[in-house]
Design a protein around this ligand. Structure first.
Ligand code: NDP
Length: 429
């Protein structure tokens, strides 16, 4: 039976881990070659993806373990350069699975396309004219992307807003159309851009104005995913801290982020530490997810915490994360990047909704990992121990020397490249 609980994975060699992953996911020889090739993204493919290509830029790919989400096991591919993120996500996922796992849900995948119209002689009349033709405009949008409609998606609704009704300059009064489109399993940016561009001429006729912008909104607040976990305090205890101490510290830390943007930004950066690596590994647009997530964190008028942490009537720690999650399991880079294809195979999700729910679970786990460390021993102990290996490499350590130098750096409590260089020289002598 497939499980994400793999004791001792951390201590295996890279080859042993690869062999295990291949066995679990029954990779073909060709897929194995892709996954473990020295050039996982061929430069010829890269040259077709963006412009002025001179090479590729690899990142470490790790696996987040122990994730149990809606009673399904997930091994989570995470592409990230920062140490301790994968370890922390896996550590918290293990605690949460002992508490029954994450529960998640997602809204329909409705993305928003915007059309900006300026210079309408009568804004109210223009708005009315558009609304009168709402059904026809939705039909026109769908005609621009019939394959999406055939899949059960497509444009579903349309709204019109007048921005800056009391215009203070000739530039700031405008009519803005929102087209709501169910993009099924695609992120949907290109689909929506095609739709809104196709509508522009008829919108100009109806409004007697001029259309400038026709583009997707990354504020995907109708494409939400939510994750929740409920953890009895005893699962949070360690040798030095009681579960209640940790639980209360986490809630205090959350209240700090909820009340202070200076803290909220760092709190949320920690959440994105979990979210971005899986968004990247699955070939999705992490700038889009980042932009939407931070905007959503400011939806109440002040930038605040993306998560909430509270204590329920039984004394359990309750964590929740709800975010816009404009990701896909098809389209964009997913269809060309061999590693993204493999990441989807490892993750084994069957829809964009399911992917979105895994992503917010990882974000919630990552947040708790950071908060648990911060309210107890502090973040540096674990972080710097892992960081020491990068420092050793930067100082010239190779092969087995890397771990030896890294351990010495931790022992002498000086995790600096200068100190590592001294140790490397001593070792070589
Ligand atoms: P694509 O243009 O690749 O469109 C997705 C394609 O997947 C569709 O054309 C559809 O083709 C096909 N498809 C197959 N199966 C399904 C399914 N089950 N559900 C939906 N579609 C399916 O990608 P997107 O439109 O998703 O756009 C994403 C890309 O756009 C990303 O690379 C992003 O970086 C980029 N982008 C982002 C912007 C932003 O965020 N502001 C702006 C512009 C671009 P068919 O139905 O014909 O088979």
């Amino acid at each position: 039976m497939k499980t994400s609980r793999i004791p001792g994975f951390y201590n295996m060699t890279v080859e042993e881990r690869r062999a295990l992953v291949a066995k679990m996911h029954t990779f073909s020889d060709e897929e194995m070659n892709d996954l473990f090739s020295t050039e996982p993204l061929p430069v010829e493919t890269a040259d077709k993806m963006i412009e002025n290509v001179v090479g590729t830029f690899p990142l470490p790919l790790g696996l987040g373990l122990n994730f149990l989400i809606n009673e399904k096991e997930y091994v989570v591919p995470m592409a990230i350069e920062e140490p301790s993120v994968v370890a922390s996500a896996s550590y918290i996922a293990k605690i949460v699975r002992e508490a029954g796992g994450f529960t998640t849900e997602a809204t329909d995948r409705v993305m928003i396309g915007q059309i900006q119209v300026v210079g309408c002689p009568d804004m109210e009349a223009a708005k009315e004219a558009v609304l009168k033709e709402k059904a026809a405009l939705i039909e026109d949008a769908n005609a621009a992307y019939p394959s999406l409609v055939a899949r059960g998606g497509g444009a579903e609704d349309l709204e019109v807003r007048i921005l800056n009704e009391e215009a203070t300059s000739p530039y700031n009064q405008m009519l803005v159309l929102h087209i709501y489109v169910n993009t099924c399993d695609a992120m949907g940016a290109n689909i929506i851009n095609t739709m809104v561009e196709s509508l522009a001429p008829v919108v100009e006729q109806l409004t007697k104005g001029k259309v400038y912008l026709r583009i997707l909104s990354n504020y995907a607040d109708r494409c939400l995913a939510r994750a929740r976990c409920v953890i009895p305090p005893e699962l949070l205890a360690d040798d030095e801290y009681t579960g209640e101490e940790v639980r209360d510290g986490v809630v205090h830390a959350y209240e700090f982020a909820a009340s202070d943007p200076y803290r909220a930004v760092t709190h949320n950066k920690g959440i994105m530490n979990g979210i971005d690596p899986i968004v990247i590994a699955t070939g999705n647009d992490w700038r889009a997810v980042e932009a939407g997530a931070h905007a959503y964190a400011a939806r109440h008028g002040q930038y605040g915490s993306m998560t909430t942490w509270s204590v329920d009537e039984k004394g359990n720690l309750v964590g929740e994360l709800e975010l816009p999650m404009s990701v896909g399991t098809v389209g964009g880079a997913i269809r060309v990047h061999p590693m993204a294809k493999l990441a989807h195979k490892i993750l084994d999700v069957t829809s964009a909704q399911e992917l979105a729910q895994v992503i917010v679970s990882v974000g919630l786990a990552q947040n708790l990992g950071a908060l648990k460390a911060l309210v107890t021993v502090g973040i540096q102990k674990g972080h710097m121990a892992l960081h020491s290996r990068s420092v050793a490499i930067a100082a010239g350590a190779t092969g087995e020397m890397i771990d030896i130098i890294a351990e010495k750096l931790v022992d002498v409590k000086e995790i600096r490249v200068g100190k590592a260089k001294e140790l490397v020289e001593e070792y070589i002598k």
